[in-house]
Design a protein around this ligand. Structure first.
Ligand code: IPM
Ligand code: MG
Length: 361
């Protein structure tokens, strides 16, 4: 197969981790007989430094023309980087929001898995973590507060700011369908998370999710309020299979879920539209404090590449080969600093990439 990929190395540790994912993809391509073409585009701070804006129209057009996009991370230290002296719409994160909207990437899949080998890193009590957990957060990504009307004004000398949380039923329906479809391929349970005791947008969310559920009698649906969900994630994470939620709640809950695994450096993500196209990126940020030091954990990006093979290209065997190689490297006790524990061998970003490449078969 011919795979046309756009890569966004981005900022901070982005270039290092994307380089490792490319190495792994190249090995997969040679073992399984595929041809991969890569085109890099600039986004975030890297684009600001060259073009003065975080994402150009040319870069969007290049991404649109590809089969899929593999991204590292964007952004810098918000306290010290000059990027954060710019107006909000010119900062690195604006590039990410712009590409999500421009490519209609409304479905964001964020798996949070407790790896056996890393269960020691889980911050929960052993009596909770021993049940293990493997959940998929399905976050709506192109609506809600992130894209609603916003403004900052001064009225009678008093500063005022407004953000708008708005959803229409079509936006809710299409993400709900994705959530139920994925639950069907997993353990058949959807927990839809909202704040229906307060918000109109949540009451509509709940009504539409109930309508969609009628087409999935084989999937169990429950509704949970977002504050309760935040609590349940640390109390009993094993109860969750698919968590289906709107943009802002999903942003917050996915960070919580990833922290609960103890290994945010391991977690991949996929942002999909209604075709096979997707943007794949690690769930973690750009970690400017360790950038360029060969300390980053490339596994989340490598697993994002695996999600890309699975969801965009239907190359399940190849994706399985990557997942198995990652599992094996952990079994063989190699760890980057973020997941290191006594008795393991500490390796850098580049070596971790090489060790995974060696285990692809
Ligand atoms: C994420 C990030 C982004 C978001 C930021 C960088 C705009 O936190 O992907 O979760 O809030 O969506
Ligand atoms: Mg976030």
């Amino acid at each position: 197969m011919n795979l046309n990929l756009v890569c966004i190395p981005g900022d901070g540790i982005g270039p290092e981790i994307v380089a490792q994912a490319k190495k792994v993809l190249d090995k997969v391509a040679s073992v399984y007989g595929h041809e991969i073409n890569y085109t890099d585009i600039l986004m975030g701070g890297a684009s600001i430094d060259v073009h003065g804006i975080p994402l150009t129209d040319e870069a969007i057009a290049t991404a649109k023309a590809a089969d899929a996009v593999l991204m590292g991370s964007i952004g810098g230290d918000t306290n010290t980087s000059p990027w954060y002296q710019l107006p909000p719409e010119k900062r690195p994160e604006a590039g990410l929001l712009k590409i999500r909207k421009a490519l209609n990437l409304f479905a964001n899949l964020r798996p949070a898995v407790l790896y056996d080998e890393l269960s020691g890193a889980c911050p929960l009590k052993e009596e909770i973590s021993k049940a293990g957990f493997d959940m998929m957060i399905m976050r709506e990504l192109t609506g809600g507060l992130y894209f609603g009307e916003r403004k900052t004004t001064t009225e009678n000398g008093v500063r005022k700011a407004v953000d708008t949380l708005s959803y229409d039923e079509n936006e809710i329906r299409r993400i709900a369908i994705k959530g139920f479809d994925i639950a069907r391929k997993r353990r058949g349970k959807v927990t839809s998370v909202d704040k229906a005791n307060v918000l109109d947008s949540s009451r509509l969310w709940r009504a539409v999710v109930n309508e969609v559920a009628k087409d999935y009698p084989d999937v169990t649906l429950e509704h949970m309020l977002v504050d309760n969900c935040a609590m349940q994630l640390v109390k009993d994470p094993a109860q969750f299979d698919v968590i289906l939620t709107e943009n802002m709640f999903g942003d917050i809950l996915s960070d919580e879920a990833s922290m609960v695994t103890g290994s945010i450096g391991m977690l991949a993500s996929a942002s999909l539209n209604d075709t096979k196209f997707g943007l794949y990126e690690p769930s973690h940020g750009s970690a400017p404090d360790i950038a360029g030091k060969d300390l980053a954990n490339p596994i989340a990006t490598i697993l994002s590449a695996s999600m890309m093979l699975r969801y965009t290209f239907d190359l399940d065997k190849e994706a399985d080969a990557i997942d198995a190689a990652v599992q094996q490297v952990l079994k063989d006790n190699y760890r980057t600093g973020d997941i290191f524990s006594e008795g393991c061998e500490k390796v850098g970003c580049n070596q971790m990439g090489d060790l995974i490449v060696e285990r692809i078969c």
